[in-house]
Design a protein around this ligand. Structure first.
Ligand code: GDP
Length: 432
Protein backbone atom coordinates (compact mmCIF):
# COMPACT_ATOMS: atom_id res chain seq x y z
CA UNK A 1 0.00 0.00 0.00
CA UNK A 2 1.35 3.40 -0.89
CA UNK A 3 1.58 5.95 1.91
CA UNK A 4 0.33 9.54 1.77
CA UNK A 5 1.55 11.82 4.57
CA UNK A 6 -0.17 15.02 5.65
CA UNK A 7 2.03 17.85 6.90
CA UNK A 8 1.04 21.27 8.22
CA UNK A 9 0.82 23.70 11.10
CA UNK A 10 -1.71 23.18 13.89
CA UNK A 11 -5.22 24.35 13.02
CA UNK A 12 -4.87 24.40 9.24
CA UNK A 13 -7.38 21.53 9.22
CA UNK A 14 -5.22 18.43 8.81
CA UNK A 15 -7.51 16.13 10.75
CA UNK A 16 -10.59 17.42 8.91
CA UNK A 17 -8.77 16.74 5.66
CA UNK A 18 -7.77 13.24 6.78
CA UNK A 19 -11.40 12.61 7.72
CA UNK A 20 -12.45 13.80 4.29
CA UNK A 21 -9.93 11.52 2.56
CA UNK A 22 -10.83 8.42 4.55
CA UNK A 23 -14.54 9.17 4.28
CA UNK A 24 -14.84 9.32 8.05
CA UNK A 25 -14.56 5.60 8.31
CA UNK A 26 -12.50 6.02 11.43
CA UNK A 27 -12.86 8.96 13.74
CA UNK A 28 -9.92 11.33 13.87
CA UNK A 29 -9.63 13.61 16.87
CA UNK A 30 -9.81 17.36 16.34
CA UNK A 31 -6.74 19.58 16.39
CA UNK A 32 -6.21 20.19 20.07
CA UNK A 33 -2.82 21.73 20.83
CA UNK A 34 -0.62 19.36 22.77
CA UNK A 35 -2.74 16.32 22.07
CA UNK A 36 -1.41 13.19 20.43
CA UNK A 37 -3.89 11.33 18.30
CA UNK A 38 -3.61 7.74 19.28
CA UNK A 39 -3.78 6.06 15.95
CA UNK A 40 -1.49 7.22 13.22
CA UNK A 41 -2.05 5.43 9.88
CA UNK A 42 -5.55 5.37 8.37
CA UNK A 43 -6.79 3.21 5.49
CA UNK A 44 -8.22 5.07 2.54
CA UNK A 45 -9.61 4.23 -0.85
CA UNK A 46 -10.52 6.23 -3.93
CA UNK A 47 -11.62 4.89 -7.31
CA UNK A 48 -10.54 1.40 -6.34
CA UNK A 49 -7.02 2.38 -5.30
CA UNK A 50 -6.10 1.69 -1.70
CA UNK A 51 -3.59 3.73 0.21
CA UNK A 52 -2.63 4.66 3.74
CA UNK A 53 -2.94 8.20 5.08
CA UNK A 54 -0.60 9.27 7.84
CA UNK A 55 -1.34 12.40 9.81
CA UNK A 56 2.18 13.46 10.75
CA UNK A 57 0.83 16.42 12.70
CA UNK A 58 -0.77 14.28 15.36
CA UNK A 59 1.42 15.90 17.93
CA UNK A 60 0.74 19.61 18.32
CA UNK A 61 3.49 21.55 20.05
CA UNK A 62 3.41 24.84 21.91
CA UNK A 63 3.69 27.91 19.73
CA UNK A 64 7.45 28.28 20.21
CA UNK A 65 8.22 24.79 18.96
CA UNK A 66 6.05 24.93 15.89
CA UNK A 67 8.73 25.62 13.32
CA UNK A 68 10.82 22.69 14.58
CA UNK A 69 7.81 20.41 14.75
CA UNK A 70 6.67 21.11 11.22
CA UNK A 71 10.20 20.62 9.93
CA UNK A 72 10.26 17.24 11.69
CA UNK A 73 6.90 16.36 10.13
CA UNK A 74 8.23 17.20 6.69
CA UNK A 75 11.37 15.16 7.25
CA UNK A 76 9.39 12.10 8.29
CA UNK A 77 6.94 12.55 5.45
CA UNK A 78 9.75 12.72 2.93
CA UNK A 79 11.45 9.70 4.48
CA UNK A 80 8.45 7.43 4.70
CA UNK A 81 5.69 8.51 2.34
CA UNK A 82 5.15 8.11 -1.40
CA UNK A 83 3.21 11.35 -1.62
CA UNK A 84 3.32 14.35 0.70
CA UNK A 85 0.35 16.66 1.20
CA UNK A 86 1.38 20.04 2.53
CA UNK A 87 -1.57 21.90 4.01
CA UNK A 88 -1.78 25.65 4.55
CA UNK A 89 -4.68 27.87 5.51
CA UNK A 90 -5.87 29.56 2.28
CA UNK A 91 -6.59 32.81 4.13
CA UNK A 92 -3.19 32.92 5.82
CA UNK A 93 -0.95 31.30 3.22
CA UNK A 94 2.48 30.08 4.12
CA UNK A 95 4.18 31.61 7.16
CA UNK A 96 7.71 31.88 8.55
CA UNK A 97 6.95 28.82 10.61
CA UNK A 98 6.59 26.81 7.40
CA UNK A 99 9.81 28.03 5.83
CA UNK A 100 12.17 25.17 6.68
CA UNK A 101 9.54 22.59 5.81
CA UNK A 102 8.81 24.18 2.45
CA UNK A 103 12.52 24.20 1.61
CA UNK A 104 12.88 20.56 2.50
CA UNK A 105 9.80 19.59 0.50
CA UNK A 106 11.00 21.54 -2.52
CA UNK A 107 14.35 19.74 -2.45
CA UNK A 108 12.89 16.28 -1.94
CA UNK A 109 12.24 13.91 -4.80
CA UNK A 110 8.78 13.09 -3.49
CA UNK A 111 5.63 14.33 -5.16
CA UNK A 112 4.24 17.15 -3.02
CA UNK A 113 0.65 18.32 -3.26
CA UNK A 114 0.05 21.81 -1.95
CA UNK A 115 -3.38 22.19 -0.38
CA UNK A 116 -4.91 25.55 0.50
CA UNK A 117 -7.59 24.60 2.97
CA UNK A 118 -10.57 26.60 4.21
CA UNK A 119 -11.19 27.93 0.70
CA UNK A 120 -14.90 28.03 1.37
CA UNK A 121 -15.75 30.41 -1.48
CA UNK A 122 -14.52 31.54 -4.86
CA UNK A 123 -12.79 34.68 -3.67
CA UNK A 124 -10.63 32.79 -1.20
CA UNK A 125 -9.97 30.30 -3.99
CA UNK A 126 -8.56 33.16 -6.08
CA UNK A 127 -6.26 34.20 -3.23
CA UNK A 128 -4.80 30.72 -3.22
CA UNK A 129 -3.23 31.15 -6.66
CA UNK A 130 -0.60 33.32 -4.94
CA UNK A 131 0.74 30.11 -3.42
CA UNK A 132 2.35 29.18 -6.74
CA UNK A 133 5.24 31.27 -5.47
CA UNK A 134 6.15 28.61 -2.92
CA UNK A 135 7.60 26.49 -5.70
CA UNK A 136 5.58 23.44 -4.72
CA UNK A 137 3.53 23.37 -7.91
CA UNK A 138 -0.16 23.97 -8.39
CA UNK A 139 -2.06 24.89 -5.22
CA UNK A 140 -5.26 22.96 -4.62
CA UNK A 141 -7.84 25.19 -2.97
CA UNK A 142 -10.27 23.03 -1.02
CA UNK A 143 -12.66 23.14 1.86
CA UNK A 144 -12.03 19.99 3.84
CA UNK A 145 -14.97 20.83 6.05
CA UNK A 146 -17.54 21.25 3.24
CA UNK A 147 -15.93 18.92 0.71
CA UNK A 148 -15.38 21.62 -1.91
CA UNK A 149 -12.54 20.62 -4.24
CA UNK A 150 -11.84 17.36 -2.46
CA UNK A 151 -12.63 15.18 -5.48
CA UNK A 152 -10.01 17.01 -7.55
CA UNK A 153 -7.55 16.62 -4.71
CA UNK A 154 -8.15 12.88 -4.47
CA UNK A 155 -7.67 12.56 -8.23
CA UNK A 156 -4.36 14.42 -7.87
CA UNK A 157 -3.31 12.10 -5.05
CA UNK A 158 -4.06 9.04 -7.16
CA UNK A 159 -2.14 10.47 -10.09
CA UNK A 160 0.88 11.00 -7.84
CA UNK A 161 0.84 7.53 -6.29
CA UNK A 162 3.38 5.06 -7.60
CA UNK A 163 1.96 2.56 -10.07
CA UNK A 164 0.37 -0.42 -8.41
CA UNK A 165 2.95 -3.19 -8.54
CA UNK A 166 2.02 -5.67 -11.22
CA UNK A 167 2.19 -9.22 -10.07
CA UNK A 168 4.33 -11.05 -12.54
CA UNK A 169 4.96 -14.71 -11.89
CA UNK A 170 8.46 -16.14 -12.13
CA UNK A 171 10.11 -12.77 -12.08
CA UNK A 172 12.82 -12.53 -9.46
CA UNK A 173 11.63 -9.99 -6.97
CA UNK A 174 13.71 -7.40 -5.19
CA UNK A 175 15.18 -7.87 -1.75
CA UNK A 176 12.80 -8.62 1.10
CA UNK A 177 11.90 -5.58 3.20
CA UNK A 178 12.82 -5.70 6.87
CA UNK A 179 12.07 -3.18 9.62
CA UNK A 180 14.59 -3.07 12.45
CA UNK A 181 12.67 -1.51 15.32
CA UNK A 182 12.84 -1.11 19.09
CA UNK A 183 12.91 1.59 21.70
CA UNK A 184 15.95 3.87 21.97
CA UNK A 185 19.20 2.23 23.14
CA UNK A 186 18.21 -1.39 22.60
CA UNK A 187 21.04 -1.58 20.07
CA UNK A 188 19.44 -1.03 16.68
CA UNK A 189 22.31 1.02 15.29
CA UNK A 190 24.85 -1.39 16.74
CA UNK A 191 23.17 -4.31 15.01
CA UNK A 192 22.85 -2.40 11.76
CA UNK A 193 26.55 -1.59 11.89
CA UNK A 194 27.33 -5.28 12.24
CA UNK A 195 25.85 -5.73 8.82
CA UNK A 196 26.74 -2.57 7.01
CA UNK A 197 29.91 -1.12 8.50
CA UNK A 198 30.03 2.36 9.97
CA UNK A 199 28.63 4.50 7.21
CA UNK A 200 26.58 3.19 4.39
CA UNK A 201 25.23 -0.09 3.17
CA UNK A 202 27.73 -2.58 1.82
CA UNK A 203 25.54 -3.20 -1.16
CA UNK A 204 24.25 -0.15 -2.95
CA UNK A 205 22.22 -1.38 -5.83
CA UNK A 206 20.44 -4.42 -7.07
CA UNK A 207 19.59 -4.64 -10.75
CA UNK A 208 16.02 -3.79 -11.54
CA UNK A 209 15.04 -2.44 -8.16
CA UNK A 210 14.75 1.02 -6.76
CA UNK A 211 15.44 1.62 -3.15
CA UNK A 212 14.46 4.65 -1.16
CA UNK A 213 17.48 6.71 -0.07
CA UNK A 214 16.34 6.29 3.52
CA UNK A 215 16.63 2.51 3.25
CA UNK A 216 19.78 0.42 3.34
CA UNK A 217 20.58 -2.64 1.31
CA UNK A 218 22.61 -4.96 3.46
CA UNK A 219 23.90 -8.44 3.15
CA UNK A 220 22.75 -10.77 5.91
CA UNK A 221 23.41 -14.47 5.72
CA UNK A 222 24.51 -14.39 2.09
CA UNK A 223 21.39 -12.61 0.90
CA UNK A 224 20.58 -8.97 0.24
CA UNK A 225 17.86 -7.44 2.38
CA UNK A 226 16.28 -4.03 2.27
CA UNK A 227 16.26 -2.50 5.73
CA UNK A 228 13.56 0.16 5.63
CA UNK A 229 14.02 3.65 7.02
CA UNK A 230 17.45 3.12 8.47
CA UNK A 231 18.07 6.84 7.94
CA UNK A 232 16.20 7.22 11.22
CA UNK A 233 18.79 5.05 12.92
CA UNK A 234 21.75 6.92 11.61
CA UNK A 235 20.56 10.41 12.25
CA UNK A 236 18.05 11.30 14.90
CA UNK A 237 15.21 13.66 14.12
CA UNK A 238 15.73 17.25 15.25
CA UNK A 239 15.86 18.55 18.76
CA UNK A 240 12.16 19.34 18.84
CA UNK A 241 10.33 18.21 21.91
CA UNK A 242 7.88 15.54 20.91
CA UNK A 243 10.78 13.53 19.53
CA UNK A 244 9.24 10.49 21.13
CA UNK A 245 6.07 11.05 19.18
CA UNK A 246 8.05 11.26 15.94
CA UNK A 247 10.09 8.20 16.84
CA UNK A 248 6.92 6.21 17.28
CA UNK A 249 5.50 7.57 14.04
CA UNK A 250 8.66 6.55 12.29
CA UNK A 251 8.49 3.08 13.81
CA UNK A 252 4.90 2.72 12.65
CA UNK A 253 5.74 3.73 9.08
CA UNK A 254 8.79 1.47 8.94
CA UNK A 255 6.67 -1.48 10.03
CA UNK A 256 4.03 -0.54 7.49
CA UNK A 257 6.67 -0.47 4.73
CA UNK A 258 8.22 -3.79 5.74
CA UNK A 259 7.26 -7.40 5.20
CA UNK A 260 8.95 -8.66 8.33
CA UNK A 261 9.89 -6.78 11.50
CA UNK A 262 12.75 -7.48 13.84
CA UNK A 263 11.74 -6.10 17.22
CA UNK A 264 14.84 -5.61 19.30
CA UNK A 265 14.50 -5.89 23.08
CA UNK A 266 17.15 -5.17 25.68
CA UNK A 267 17.62 -8.44 27.59
CA UNK A 268 19.23 -6.63 30.49
CA UNK A 269 16.07 -4.61 31.14
CA UNK A 270 12.44 -5.48 31.81
CA UNK A 271 10.07 -5.76 28.89
CA UNK A 272 8.46 -2.33 28.98
CA UNK A 273 5.18 -0.83 27.88
CA UNK A 274 6.96 0.81 24.99
CA UNK A 275 8.29 -2.59 23.87
CA UNK A 276 4.72 -3.89 24.04
CA UNK A 277 3.42 -1.01 21.96
CA UNK A 278 5.94 -1.76 19.23
CA UNK A 279 5.06 -5.46 19.25
CA UNK A 280 1.38 -4.52 18.99
CA UNK A 281 2.12 -2.31 15.99
CA UNK A 282 3.69 -5.28 14.20
CA UNK A 283 0.81 -7.63 15.02
CA UNK A 284 -1.83 -5.09 14.03
CA UNK A 285 -0.05 -4.30 10.79
CA UNK A 286 -0.05 -8.02 10.04
CA UNK A 287 3.69 -8.31 9.50
CA UNK A 288 5.93 -11.31 10.14
CA UNK A 289 7.75 -10.99 13.46
CA UNK A 290 11.14 -11.92 14.86
CA UNK A 291 11.86 -10.85 18.44
CA UNK A 292 15.56 -10.44 19.08
CA UNK A 293 16.74 -10.28 22.68
CA UNK A 294 19.84 -8.14 22.27
CA UNK A 295 22.66 -7.61 24.80
CA UNK A 296 22.53 -11.31 25.63
CA UNK A 297 26.15 -10.95 26.80
CA UNK A 298 24.76 -9.16 29.87
CA UNK A 299 22.41 -11.99 30.84
CA UNK A 300 23.61 -14.09 33.77
CA UNK A 301 21.82 -16.99 35.45
CA UNK A 302 19.91 -14.66 37.74
CA UNK A 303 18.68 -12.42 34.98
CA UNK A 304 17.86 -15.47 32.87
CA UNK A 305 15.53 -16.73 35.58
CA UNK A 306 13.53 -13.49 35.71
CA UNK A 307 13.60 -13.00 31.97
CA UNK A 308 12.01 -16.39 31.40
CA UNK A 309 9.22 -15.42 33.78
CA UNK A 310 8.78 -12.08 32.02
CA UNK A 311 8.60 -13.77 28.66
CA UNK A 312 5.91 -16.13 29.92
CA UNK A 313 3.93 -13.20 31.24
CA UNK A 314 4.55 -10.45 28.72
CA UNK A 315 4.73 -12.34 25.46
CA UNK A 316 1.91 -14.79 26.13
CA UNK A 317 -0.28 -13.26 23.42
CA UNK A 318 2.39 -13.84 20.78
CA UNK A 319 3.78 -17.31 21.46
CA UNK A 320 4.19 -17.74 17.70
CA UNK A 321 6.85 -15.02 17.33
CA UNK A 322 10.32 -16.34 16.48
CA UNK A 323 12.73 -15.51 19.29
CA UNK A 324 16.49 -15.09 19.15
CA UNK A 325 19.02 -14.34 21.87
CA UNK A 326 21.83 -12.33 20.39
CA UNK A 327 24.48 -9.74 21.06
CA UNK A 328 25.22 -6.99 18.59
CA UNK A 329 28.36 -6.31 20.59
CA UNK A 330 29.97 -9.76 20.64
CA UNK A 331 28.28 -11.04 17.49
CA UNK A 332 26.66 -13.94 19.32
CA UNK A 333 23.89 -15.62 17.29
CA UNK A 334 23.82 -12.76 14.81
CA UNK A 335 24.11 -15.42 12.11
CA UNK A 336 20.76 -16.81 13.23
CA UNK A 337 18.95 -13.69 12.09
CA UNK A 338 18.75 -14.45 8.37
CA UNK A 339 17.35 -17.99 8.84
CA UNK A 340 14.80 -16.59 11.30
CA UNK A 341 13.73 -13.93 8.81
CA UNK A 342 13.39 -16.49 6.04
CA UNK A 343 11.34 -18.77 8.21
CA UNK A 344 9.01 -15.97 9.34
CA UNK A 345 8.50 -14.85 5.74
CA UNK A 346 7.80 -18.40 4.58
CA UNK A 347 5.07 -18.71 7.23
CA UNK A 348 3.75 -15.29 6.33
CA UNK A 349 3.25 -16.34 2.73
CA UNK A 350 2.24 -19.95 3.33
CA UNK A 351 -0.86 -21.25 1.60
CA UNK A 352 -2.69 -24.35 2.81
CA UNK A 353 -4.54 -26.19 0.06
CA UNK A 354 -8.30 -26.17 0.70
CA UNK A 355 -8.61 -29.96 0.65
CA UNK A 356 -5.87 -30.39 3.23
CA UNK A 357 -7.30 -27.65 5.40
CA UNK A 358 -10.76 -29.19 5.44
CA UNK A 359 -9.48 -32.69 6.04
CA UNK A 360 -7.75 -31.45 9.14
CA UNK A 361 -10.75 -29.37 10.22
CA UNK A 362 -13.20 -32.26 9.87
CA UNK A 363 -11.07 -34.42 12.15
CA UNK A 364 -10.69 -31.56 14.64
CA UNK A 365 -14.39 -30.77 15.01
CA UNK A 366 -15.21 -34.44 15.23
CA UNK A 367 -12.75 -34.96 18.08
CA UNK A 368 -13.64 -31.70 19.84
CA UNK A 369 -16.98 -30.24 18.77
CA UNK A 370 -18.10 -26.73 19.71
CA UNK A 371 -19.63 -26.75 23.22
CA UNK A 372 -23.42 -26.84 23.36
CA UNK A 373 -24.98 -23.50 24.19
CA UNK A 374 -28.71 -23.04 24.74
CA UNK A 375 -29.38 -26.56 23.51
CA UNK A 376 -27.42 -26.09 20.29
CA UNK A 377 -23.84 -26.03 19.10
CA UNK A 378 -22.80 -24.09 16.01
CA UNK A 379 -21.07 -26.28 13.46
CA UNK A 380 -18.13 -25.37 11.27
CA UNK A 381 -19.06 -26.40 7.75
CA UNK A 382 -16.05 -25.46 5.73
CA UNK A 383 -12.85 -23.44 5.83
CA UNK A 384 -10.83 -21.68 3.21
CA UNK A 385 -7.66 -19.63 3.15
CA UNK A 386 -8.72 -16.27 1.80
CA UNK A 387 -5.29 -14.69 1.59
CA UNK A 388 -1.61 -14.66 2.43
CA UNK A 389 0.87 -12.19 3.89
CA UNK A 390 -0.38 -12.70 6.56
CA UNK A 391 -2.45 -15.88 6.19
CA UNK A 392 -6.17 -15.20 6.45
CA UNK A 393 -8.75 -17.89 6.98
CA UNK A 394 -12.53 -17.84 6.77
CA UNK A 395 -14.65 -20.37 8.64
CA UNK A 396 -18.15 -20.90 7.32
CA UNK A 397 -20.40 -21.90 10.22
CA UNK A 398 -24.05 -22.38 11.19
CA UNK A 399 -23.74 -19.69 13.86
CA UNK A 400 -21.30 -17.46 15.72
CA UNK A 401 -18.50 -19.30 17.53
CA UNK A 402 -17.51 -18.79 21.16
CA UNK A 403 -14.33 -16.74 21.44
CA UNK A 404 -12.73 -19.57 23.41
CA UNK A 405 -13.50 -22.12 20.74
CA UNK A 406 -12.15 -19.83 18.04
CA UNK A 407 -8.90 -19.49 19.97
CA UNK A 408 -8.80 -23.26 20.25
CA UNK A 409 -9.15 -23.59 16.47
CA UNK A 410 -6.34 -21.09 15.93
CA UNK A 411 -4.08 -22.91 18.36
CA UNK A 412 -4.74 -26.23 16.66
CA UNK A 413 -4.28 -24.70 13.22
CA UNK A 414 -0.85 -23.49 14.28
CA UNK A 415 0.00 -26.84 15.82
CA UNK A 416 -0.83 -28.55 12.56
CA UNK A 417 0.54 -26.15 9.98
CA UNK A 418 3.19 -24.14 11.83
CA UNK A 419 2.93 -20.45 10.95
CA UNK A 420 5.88 -19.72 13.18
CA UNK A 421 6.71 -16.05 13.00
CA UNK A 422 3.48 -14.75 11.51
CA UNK A 423 0.18 -13.48 12.83
CA UNK A 424 -2.82 -15.22 11.29
CA UNK A 425 -6.31 -13.92 10.92
CA UNK A 426 -9.40 -16.08 11.32
CA UNK A 427 -12.84 -14.72 10.58
CA UNK A 428 -16.16 -16.47 10.88
CA UNK A 429 -19.04 -16.27 8.45
CA UNK A 430 -22.20 -17.57 10.03
CA UNK A 431 -24.93 -18.84 7.71
CA UNK A 432 -28.18 -16.98 8.33
P1 GDP B 1 19.71 2.25 19.34
O1 GDP B 1 19.24 3.49 20.00
O2 GDP B 1 18.64 1.18 19.44
O3 GDP B 1 20.20 2.42 17.96
O4 GDP B 1 20.91 1.67 20.25
P2 GDP B 1 22.49 1.74 20.01
O5 GDP B 1 22.89 0.82 18.94
O6 GDP B 1 22.88 3.16 19.91
O7 GDP B 1 23.02 1.11 21.38
C1 GDP B 1 22.76 1.68 22.65
C2 GDP B 1 23.83 1.28 23.63
O8 GDP B 1 23.79 -0.13 23.87
C3 GDP B 1 25.23 1.57 23.15
O9 GDP B 1 25.97 2.02 24.25
C4 GDP B 1 25.74 0.21 22.65
O10 GDP B 1 27.13 0.12 22.74
C5 GDP B 1 25.05 -0.73 23.62
N1 GDP B 1 24.84 -2.07 23.01
C6 GDP B 1 24.28 -2.35 21.81
N2 GDP B 1 24.24 -3.69 21.61
C7 GDP B 1 24.80 -4.28 22.71
C8 GDP B 1 25.03 -5.63 23.10
O11 GDP B 1 24.74 -6.61 22.41
N3 GDP B 1 25.60 -5.84 24.33
C9 GDP B 1 25.94 -4.81 25.14
N4 GDP B 1 26.47 -5.10 26.30
N5 GDP B 1 25.73 -3.53 24.80
C10 GDP B 1 25.16 -3.25 23.60
Amino acid sequence: RPVVAVVGRPNVGKSTLVNRIIGRRQAVVEDIPGVTRDRVPYDAQWNGREFTVVDTGGWEPDAKDRAAAIAAQAEIAVATADVVIFVVDAMVGSTDVDEAAVKMLRRSNKPVILVANKADNTSIEMEATALWSLGLGEPFPISALHGRGSGDLLDAILAALPEAPKIVENRPRGPRRVALVGRPNVGKSSLLNRFSGEDRAVVDSVAGTTVDPVDSLVEIGGETWQLVDTAGLRKRVGKASGTEYYASLRTASAIEAAEVAVVLLDSSEVISEQDQRILTMVVEAGRALVIAFNKWDLVDADRRYYLDKEIDRELRRIPWAIRLNLSAMTGRAVDKLAPALRKALASWEARIPTAQLNQWLTALVQATPHPVRGGRAPRILFATQAGVAPPRFVLFTTGPLDAGYQRFVERKLREEFGFEGTPIDISVRARK
